[in-house]
Design a protein around this ligand. Structure first.
Ligand code: ATP
Length: 463
């Protein structure tokens, strides 16, 4: 199935309808920062809720956590981020454009798995293939050098080295350092996992493509602890769960999503096996989530650096072991971007004068739609307004609904199509007589009459 969305159309719709605004706009913006508007925040919260429900709340082997963004800097020494969390930075000698050497190779030469190549190899590949600068076209780059992506800031009043802290580049480490606290307080037995949603920060060399790559973003991560001998079947079962989330809960089309395994030399320093899910964005295939087998690397490192034991007493064998870990990691902003791209569609709708006009419609699955239903009096006049308000007041106790009385009914339908509102309930003169309303389906645009008493059941049917 072909998607009607282009990035240009989506960015414009997001601004026009209050999903996503450019950050600090009145000051001329701050490059690659984005603010979620009234409908964007609802959409994002719904995606978070759907993720949390499926991966944490509905599972007996999962619990949640919300750790701090600022952590003891030793955490990042132990995790390997201080030494290894870097990208190959190159400058065009002619126009001074900064590029990421590995991404340039991937994009221009279609070479996959470049991330694991050495700085020397990347520089050489770029030279031999005469890869041009994306800005000025010259083939004259500096040698690739390592650029650490962690943001630094200072805690306390004096800017001295001792008080330097990092903004976390991933949420995962907050989970590892709390492993014992969580295990001991919940008395969970292996295998069990800890889920967390929160902000992460990376000083990306080449942010861009709307919210796909930004320097501040949100992750939804799980660290799932297992015995070493069972990692493989558990890993396969997580693959199925990740697929279920994307295909059955977010309803992402199968043709636009795929698994890609990391090459041996592409693997992160902590991983023995990694598969990414990639989505076919309008700008090409891009990572949506990662599934890494992190072994016992992180817990062992924290034991070494903190001096605290990270063991688990296995009640089956009475042995103390350091659990191994499987990490499904999702980017929330990328998932929201995919939800928007998947929902975006264009078709034709009838006008009030009997003609046809083109319409933009966001076909969100109802569970993530920012507004579940709009209550619309056909006209502002009494008694339609008060009758519609009464329905709205009742529904809003349980559902995210909107009351909307301004503009023609056709314009209001169009607005709600662009917001992705699955149902519009219209109150007309017949409503006052027989307590029925028309319900208009966003996708088919068909209308039928139902009793006011039936509305809640209908909305509950499409949670
Ligand atoms: P990429 O290769 O695109 O830089 P990554 O492999 O570094 O991503 P991970 O470290 O696996 O990403 O992070 C887990 C998830 O966090 C990714 O799958 C992605 O969805 C999200 N993510 C990572 N970096 C960013 C970013 N700069 N902006 C938005 N989301 C991001």
């Amino acid at each position: 199935m072909k998607s009607a969305a282009t990035m240009e159309k989506l960015v414009s719709l997001c601004k026009r309808r209050g999903f996503i605004f450019p950050g600090s706009e009145i000051y001329g913006g701050l490059a690659n920062t984005w603010d979620y508007g009234p409908y964007g925040v609802e959409l994002k919260n719904n995606v978070k809720r759907a993720w949390w429900k499926y991966f944490v709340q509905d599972r007996e082997d999962m619990v949640g956590l919300d750790a701090s963004i600022l952590m003891n800097p030793r955490v990042w020494e132990a995790s390997g981020h201080v030494t290894s969390f870097s990208d190959p930075l190159m400058d065009c000698k002619k126009c001074k454009e900064r590029v990421r050497g590995d991404k340039l190779l991937e994009e221009k030469l279609g070479i996959e798995g470049v991330a694991g190549k050495s700085l020397k190899q990347i520089s050489e590949l770029i030279k031999t293939h005469k890869v041009p600068c994306p800005k000025c076209g010259a083939c004259d780059f500096t040698e690739a050098r390592s650029f650490n992506l962690m943001f630094k800031t200072y805690q306390g009043v004096i800017e001295e080295d001792a008080a330097m802290v990092y903004l976390r580049p991933e949420t995962a480490q907050g989970i590892f350092v709390n492993f014992k606290n969580v295990q001991q307080t919940t008395r969970k037995r292996l295998p069990f996992g800890i889920g967390q949603i929160g902000k992460a920060f990376r000083n990306e060399i080449t942010p861009g493509n709307f919210t796909f790559r930004t320097r501040e973003f949100e992750q939804m991560e799980i660290e799932y602890f297992v015995r070493e001998k069972e990692w493989k079947p558990r890993y396969e079962s997580w693959k199925k769960d990740v697929e279920h989330f994307f295909e059955k809960i977010l309803k992402i089309s199968k043709e636009r999503i795929r698994w890609r395994q990391h090459e041996k030399d592409e693997l992160s320093h902590y991983s023995k096996e990694t598969w990414d899910t990639e989505y076919k964005f309008p700008f090409g295939w891009g990572e949506l989530s990662g599934l890494a087998y992190r072994t016992d690397f992180d817990l062992k490192q924290h034991e070494k650096f903190s001096g605290e034991k990270m063991e688990y007493l296995d009640p089956e064998t009475n042995e103390k072991i350091i659990p191994h870990c499987i990490e499904p990691s999702f980017g929330l902003d990328r998932t929201v971007l995919v939800a928007l791209l998947e929902a975006y569609d264009e078709d034709e709708a009838p006008t009030e004068k009997g003609g046809m006009e083109s319409r933009v419609v966001l076909r969100f699955p109802p569970n993530i739609a920012p507004v579940k239903a709009a209550i619309l009096p056909l006209m502002k006049k009494d008694p339609l307004g008060p009758a519609a308000r009464e329905i709205f007041e009742t529904l809003k106790k349980n559902f995210a609904v909107e009351y909307d009385e301004s503009g023609s009914i056709g314009k209001r339908y169009r607005r709600h199509d662009e917001l992705g509102t699955p149902f519009c309930f219209t109150v007309d003169f017949q409503t006052v007589d027989d307590k029925t309303v028309t319900v208009r389906d966003r996708d088919t645009m068909k209308q039928e009459r139902i009793k006011i008493d039936e509305i809640s059941a209908l909305l509950l049917h499409y949670p």
